[in-house]
Design a protein around this ligand. Structure first.
Ligand code: NAI
Length: 329
């Protein structure tokens, strides 16, 4: 099987190049994102390997089908960027890596919380310039404070374990509460009203889009800390910026952003940035923006490469694979 690998970074190559020969797979690497106009690069391949910000809509899927692509291998967990109905219509199977390292993402969410609260990112910059003043760097003690975890799946559960260790009180909200999880499930409203910290761990779907909006922000405590390591469009950016302007938040940490696809994973430091919301967010002193890197550990990349190869092997052998994403009405 030949795989066209889009949006390739050096760190992807290392892990996939090591594994692919064991499976007899041939890899063709492309640096471009998978966007309209790039489909024919995959001519002669059987599969494409794509990522979180690729544009996998009816138009691009039809072109993939035209050149004989049979499989889309997502090297990530989320699949909100794929038109699954179009994949079904054009006979293309879709696989993903549902769980490569919930721990990596949860650890990162916790790191953002601790960094943001204690302003370690600012202290680092100060001391690099031999500025040893600490005024302006005060945080709050997290022990005894309440954290609201929205989404108690694989990542949310690890986050709960971590914040238990910090001695925080935990409230949780999930459409499908886990009866085996020792946590206090409450309504979304109660979570919003009572939490000092809110961390998002739900997938993006029509149900969860803008779960954080003007109305939900108005219900939050003044001085709340908001962490999003899940998907950008869980937050209505306009409402978030209005909240920041109104001094609603002690801090906001975003590893994901609604319009990230133009910017994240690339060096844009010499470009004129046109996204004014992104400029505003980066400029706020109480906001940390990082570039969708919560997953980014050695173990995650190894697991992503292994599962992606196993997914293609499973497709090749015609077996049923639990990582195949089926279209449901
Ligand atoms: P999961 O599927 O194990 O858990 C998701 C939980 O959210 C489930 O318990 C589900 O019932 C709940 N849920 C779904 N829709 C909901 C809604 N509208 N309201 C309330 N609860 C809802 O997913 P997992 O592995 O924990 O991942 C969560 C998300 O994290 C992924 O979908 C992905 O978007 C994001 N992610 C981000 C990464 C990063 O590098 N920043 C890396 C990996 C995942």
């Amino acid at each position: 099987m030949k795989i066209a690998f889009y949006d390739t970074k050096d760190y992807d190559r290392i892990y996939f190049e090591k594994l692919a020969p064991q499976y007899g797979f041939e890899l063709k690497f492309f640096e471009t994102r998978f966007i309209p106009g790039t489909e024919t690069l995959a001519t002669g391949c059987d599969a494409v390997c794509l990522f979180v910000n690729d544009i996998i809509n009816r138009e691009t899927i039809e072109k993939l089908a035209d050149i004989g692509i049979k499989v889309i291998l997502m090297r990530c967990a989320g699949y909100d960027n794929i038109d699954l109905k179009a994949c079904k219509d054009f006979g293309i199977s879709v696989f993903r890596v549902p769980s490569y390292s919930p721990t990596a993402v949860a650890e990162y969410a916790a790191a953002l919380l601790l960094t943001l609260n204690r302003k370690i990112h600012k202290a680092y910059v100060r001391t690099k310039e031999f500025n040893f003043k600490i005024s302006g760097l005060m945080g709050i003690t997290l022990r005894g404070k309440t954290i609201g975890i929205i989404g108690t799946g694989k990542i949310g559960k690890v986050m709960i374990d971590i914040v238990k260790g910090l001695g925080m009180n935990i409230l949780a909200y999930d459409l499908f509460p886990d009866p085996n999880l020792d946590v206090n499930y409450v309504s979304l409203d109660e979570l919003l009203k009572k939490s000092d910290v809110i961390s998002l761990h739900v997938p993006l779907s029509p149900d969860s889009k803008y779960i954080i909006n003007k109305n939900s922000i108005s219900k939050m405590k003044d001085g709340v800390i908001l962490i999003n390591t899940s998907r950008g469009a869980l937050i209505d950016t306009e409402a978030l910026i209005a909240g920041l302007k109104a001094n609603k938040f002690r801090g906001v940490a975003l590893d994901v952003y609604e319009e990230e696809d133009e910017y994240f994973f690339e060096d844009r430091s010499l470009d004129i940035i046109k996204d004014e919301d992104l400029i505003k967010l980066v400029t706020y002193p109480n906001v940390i923006v990082t570039s969708h890197q919560a997953f980014f550990t050695e173990e995650s990349l190894q697991a992503i490469a292994e599962t992606t190869c196993e997914n293609l092997k499973c497709f090749e052998e015609g077996g049923t694979c639990e990582n195949e994403i089926a279209y449901t009405e």
